[in-house]
Design a protein around this ligand. Structure first.
Ligand code: HMG
Ligand code: MG
Length: 299
């Protein structure tokens, strides 16, 4: 069976915008529960400034309290050398560096230009790799920017090239504000796929306009086999006003099962974790598959 890898971003992207304060122990507990459900790649948090994103404080404590059986990787965001220093003290396997195809978004998000961020990440990536970590390069705003509007595939391709040149092992293309539609995903992939094998490319779809599942289907048609998703559709970016959560892991799993892909992940078990998190956050569950499963259990 054709295999698809999901990168669970709910505990990072999902929580970085949440108003309800959560302890590192809660975050680690959900990480462990998702691992028990069969998830193999999970973001544990970010080593960003707690003044900018207080929700990601104590990612070191999360890292110290998670269990990883063989084959499971913990991944963390690293914005600069200060973040690198903290990340290197943990045993996270993957360090994610992150920039954007839009200048204004990058300024708002990490307080520097795209070129400055690439220069900064050159050192971060080199040191991370020298220490045996894998490097994931994120590009945000790959179709639309909350400040600049439409973003061209050519702009994205230039940033992808720069991230590959500094040693990224994988690239994740972020539709940060969830505006993309399948035709735009195809156009984006026309520009990016000539730069790297499909096996090294991930799609990171937010679901603001309800197109994320359709966009993932477009990715599958183009041989993309890595998708980022968040349990219970959690998520948003503090620097992308109005953007809602990532595509729900439960919805992606339901799609993939139907399309005959294997993931090694137990949909019902993930849905239970999603329900727990929604309860702790006092929010409703935006995942259609998650709600359908919860209703079945309530019968
Ligand atoms: P800055 O203010 O330009 O940094 O922030 P600075 O170097 O001028 O330092 C200012 C202060 O911050 C200093 O402290 C530093 O020590 C401290 P002070 O002397 O004032 O007490 N500092 C740090 N503290 C802890 N950890 C650090 C760190 N760096 C500096 N790493 C910075 C630059 C990048 C740090 C800041 O802009 C930041 O933290 N931004 C947060 C960005 C973020 O987390 N965004 C959300 C994640 S990206 C995303 O969601 C998109 C994605 O999901 C894909 C998609 O959907 O598109 C990945
Ligand atoms: Mg995101």
């Amino acid at each position: 069976m054709d295999k698809v890898t999901l990168v669970e971003v709910g505990l990072r992207d999902g929580l970085q915008n949440e108003k309800t304060p959560l302890t590192a122990q809660q975050r680690a507990g959900w990480f462990n529960a998702l691992v028990a459900a069969g998830v193999q790649r999970l973001e544990a948090g970010s080593f960003v400034s707690p003044k900018w994103v207080p929700q990601m404080a104590d990612t070191d404590v999360v890292m110290a309290n998670i269990q990883r059986p063989a084959g499971v990787t913990a991944e963390v965001l690293v914005p600069n050398e200060k973040g690198l220093e903290a990340a290197l003290k943990t045993d996270a396997e993957v360090f994610a560096i992150f920039t954007a195809a839009s200048e204004t978004f990058n300024q708002r998000n990490i307080n520097c230009s795209i070129d400055e961020s690439i220069a900064r990440f050159r050192t971060v990536a080199a040191k991370a790799k020298a220490d045996g970590r894998r490097v994931r390069g994120y590009v945000s705003c790959v179709v639309g920017c909350p400040y600049e509007g439409k973003v061209s595939p050519g702009q994205v391709a230039r940033v992808v090239e720069a991230l590959l040149e500094l040693g990224s092992d994988e690239i994740s293309l972020g539709d940060t504000i969830g505006v993309a539609r399948p035709r735009e995903i195809h156009q984006l992939l026309d520009a990016v796929l000539p730069l790297l094998p499909a096996s090294k490319l991930a799609l990171h779809c937010h679901d603001t306009w309800g197109q994320a599942i359709a966009n993932i289907m477009a990715g599958l048609q183009r041989d993309i086999r890595i998708f980022d998703s968040a349990v219970a559709g959690l998520g948003g970016c503090p620097y992308a006003k109005g953007a809602t959560g990532n595509v729900a892991t439960e919805d992606v799993l339901y799609l993939l099962e139907g399309e005959g892909f294997s993931t090694g992940i137990d949909l019902a078990a993930v849905a239970r974790v999603g329900e727990d998190i929604c309860q702790a956050l006092g929010r409703s569950n935006p995942s259609g598959a998650g709600r359908a499963l919860a209703a079945r259990h309530a019968d």
